[in-house]
Design a protein around this ligand. Structure first.
Ligand code: NAP
Length: 291
């Protein structure tokens, strides 16, 4: 298939590379020039990348970025053609997703929201999980592309439902990690070693994918971004906005949002979100480390 891939960040670049490796004709674009993908051509604007594409795949930071790529100057809108499919793997606002989908529908274009889970390791390994919202006919056509980039794709409902399900899932990642980080901080202060505790935790009902993925990074003090804190913070704000609209109270998440605010003010926004533990440690006057 001919695919325009827009956004070559931590997630987008390996996703585009996996599409090219699977034999698709890929043309990539990134806001900051200089990023390329082996086996893919490079365009200088979103409109140029999308010209003649059957599928336009987007993976960028936030709602504003998706909006400007689609409808801004030199945006995809200039190159829309009847029968094209837009697939958005960014995590953005479900309400804005519906508006974007309505706007391109008037040009005969189907819009599928398909945010992902699996982080950097999953994107590189082609083992992402796609949480998909949209019309079944479009999703069926995208099947070979999901298979090139992921291990599972699940249609959770119509347009926008992928984004809302993704928010509900990331909410749990944020809170599970917060619990893990607070638990380890208390343990360190009380004199328990994280290395002794971890196998115990994994053997107990605390065991979770979040802990399995993130514990080694915490123990190595490796805060290089797999999922940058500023993006987790963006997601938490989307969750709280959606909750406000739906009149749902999320008290624990509100606190984590405030903790992230402080960590970002301290200059940690570009680090992985696991760096939040450094703030808890600072408040406790202790450091969680391997023996
Ligand atoms: P990232 O490494 O920070 O990359 C962000 C990408 O968005 C870059 O290509 C950046 O371009 C582009 N961008 C930002 N603002 C833009 C704008 N106004 N116009 C055009 N392009 C813009 O982020 P990522 O980790 O790849 O995440 C991408 C999306 O996937 C986010 O929505 C994130 O929440 C979601 N996600 C991430 C993970 C993860 O573990 N990393 C997991 C699941 C979902 P420049 O290079 O020019 O800055």
């Amino acid at each position: 298939m001919r695919i325009a891939f827009l956004g070559l960040g931590i997630m987008g670049r390996p996703m585009a590379a996996n599409l090219a490796k699977a034999g698709h004709e890929v043309i990539v674009w990134n806001r900051t020039a200089g990023k390329t993908v082996e086996g893919a051509q490079t365009a200088t604007t979103p409109a140029e990348a999308a010209r003649g594409a059957e599928v336009v795949w987007i993976c960028v930071s936030d709602t504003k970025a998706v909006e400007s790529i689609l409808f801004g100057p030199d945006g995809v809108e200039q190159s829309l053609i009847d029968g094209m499919i837009i697939a958005d793997s960014s995590t953005i606002s479900p309400a804005s997703t519906l508006k974007f989908a309505e706007r391109v529908k008037t040009r005969g274009v189907q819009y599928v929201d398909c945010p992902v889970t699996g982080s950097k390791i999953g994107a590189e390994a082609g083992s992402l999980i796609f949480i998909v919202g949209g019309e079944e006919s479009a999703i069926e056509k995208l099947k070979p592309l999901y298979e090139a980039m992921g291990k599972l794709f699940v249609r959770v409902g119509g347009t926008g439902k992928g984004q809302s399900a993704k928010l509900a899932m990331n909410l749990q990642i944020a809170l599970i990690f917060e619990g893990f980080a607070e638990g380890l901080t208390l343990a360190a202060k009380l004199g328990d070693s994280a290395e002794t505790l971890l196998p115990l935790m994994q053997a107990s009902m605390i065991r979770s994918g979040v802990v399995v993925y993130k514990a080694p990074f915490v123990l190595k003090r490796d805060f290089t971004p797999n999922f940058p804190m500023k993006l987790m913070h963006k997601d938490i704000r989307l969750m709280l906005e959606a909750a406000k609209e739906a009149r749902v109270k999320l008290p624990a998440l509100e606190i984590v949002e405030e903790i992230d605010d402080v960590a970002i003010e301290d200059g940690d926004g570009d680090l992985d979100y696991v760096a939040i533990i450094a703030l808890l440690e600072k408040w406790a006057g202790v450091e969680v480390k391997a023996a």
